[in-house]
Every structure is written in C-alpha cells, then in structure tokens.
Design a protein around this ligand. Structure first.
Ligand code: MN
Length: 231
C-alpha cells in the first residue's frame, strides 16, 4: 500500500574507517552525571541517574573535518553548550547488567547536548517536561562513530570544548558519576535498548552560553572531533 507521503529519511552517522553508516534509532541523555556540573547546576551528591530524550532527527551531523552550521534556535536567549561522550548501541537488550554492557556497545562519538537553558529552567520551576529546553531541532550535533575496539581507553579519555578558541569545558570521562556500563544497566532497566540507540552520557562542568557567530570545537581522546558554528 502506498504511503500518504514519503516516510522520513533515516538519520545516519558515518562510521570511522568503514564504508558503512550507523542508523540512529533513539537518543537517550543522562542528566547531571559529572559531580562538578551537578554542583554548578545547584545540586550535590550522587543521585540515581535520570534520563531524558531527544528526537532522533535532532541529530546535526558534524561532518568530519568540516565546521557545520547550527541555526540559533527560536524562543531562547540562553543557548548552552554541553560537550558529551556519546555511546552508540549495536546490540539491543533489556535489563543488561553492567558487567555485560560492553558487548552491547558498537562505538563512541563526540556530541553536544545543546540546551535552551532559559526554557529548561522555566520548565524545572514549573515541574514540567524538559522537551522544549532539550529536544529542539538541531539540538544534537554528533560526529562520526568510532568502533569501540579502536578506543580501548575511552573510560579515561580527556573531554573538552573550546568556543572561539578558548577552553570552556575540560575534564575526563573517568569523572562520570555513573560510568558507561552502569548507565546502560540503569537505562536498559527502563527501556529496551535497540541497535541504533545513542546515549549522551552527561556533560562536565563549564557549561555556558553561545551566540550567533560562535564556533564550538569539541573533542574526546581517540574520537573524531566536531566543529559547529552557531548561525
Ligand atoms: Mn547533557
């Protein structure tokens, strides 16, 4: 039977070193997963991980070696950057144990959880969902995915973001409150993970605003860096 209109295109990410594409299914995000970021957001202590989502088509492919344009989104006066390690799921499952999480991981990428902070804060105050602050169009710039076998030291990698050449965020993945395996255990207890799911694992301290004309350069040791210009 014909469709009433053409179905939406698959959202794809390139895979480093392979002539293959990674088709994106869902985007899960972890909130406040580095202690010093939790503190700068007014929280402390190790709380249970919590999750929110972005639509898959919020992905903005940060083409390797290029600076890609991100339109400044509507309705906000306070667009924030959050540099994050992105985990790409290759094998799905529910109730995955942390000790078994590695075999579910296809690879890793550098991502930005772009945030309309003013709208997110309004929603927090009112006890309303964060969607308008987090899940807007182009809110998930992501680079190419590097297969996990090529980055054995990801758990101790440096993660950093520069804006207009100045350091804004710099930390190490080892400072995650809930590491990647623990995150997969908790996330897969709530949702059945599918191949193609992305997990934004949280951002370190140093989040802040960007404006039109700013260039963001993010990197994690062993992964392809990303560059985004806000327009
Ligand atoms: Mn985030």
């Amino acid at each position: 039977m014909p469709y009433v209109f053409a179905p939406a295109a698959t959202v794809d990410l390139p895979v480093v070193g392979r002539g293959e594409l990674f088709p994106v299914h869902r985007i899960y995000c972890v909130g406040r997963n580095y202690a010093e970021h939790a503190q700068e957001m007014g929280h402390s202590g190790r709380e249970a991980p919590f999750f929110f989502m972005k639509p898959a088509d919020a992905v903005l492919l940060a083409v390797p070696g290029q600076t890609v344009a991100m339109p400044y989104p509507p309705l906000t006066q306070n667009l924030h950057h959050e540099i994050e390690l992105v985990v790409a799921i290759g094998v799905g499952g529910a109730n995955i144990k942390a000790s078994d999480a590695t075999r579910h991981i296809f690879g890793y990428a550098v991502g930005l959880d772009m945030t309309r902070r003013d709208l997110q804060n309004d929603m927090k105050k009112q006890g309303r969902p964060w969607c308008i602050g987090k899940g807007f169009d182009h809110s998930a710039p992501v680079g190419a995915i590097t297969p996990a076998a090529l980055v054995p030291d990801i758990a101790t990698a440096t993660i950093h973001l520069r804006v207009n050449g100045q350091d804004r965020q710099r930390s190490t993945v080892s400072k995650l409150i809930w590491n990647v395996a623990e995150t997969i255990e908790q996330l897969s207890a709530a949702w059945t993970l599918q191949p193609g799911d992305l997990i934004f694992t949280g951002t370190p301290e140093g989040v802040g605003a960007v404006v039109g004309g700013d260039t963001l350069e993010g990197g994690i040791d062993g992964l392809q860096g990303i560059a985004v210009r806000v327009e």
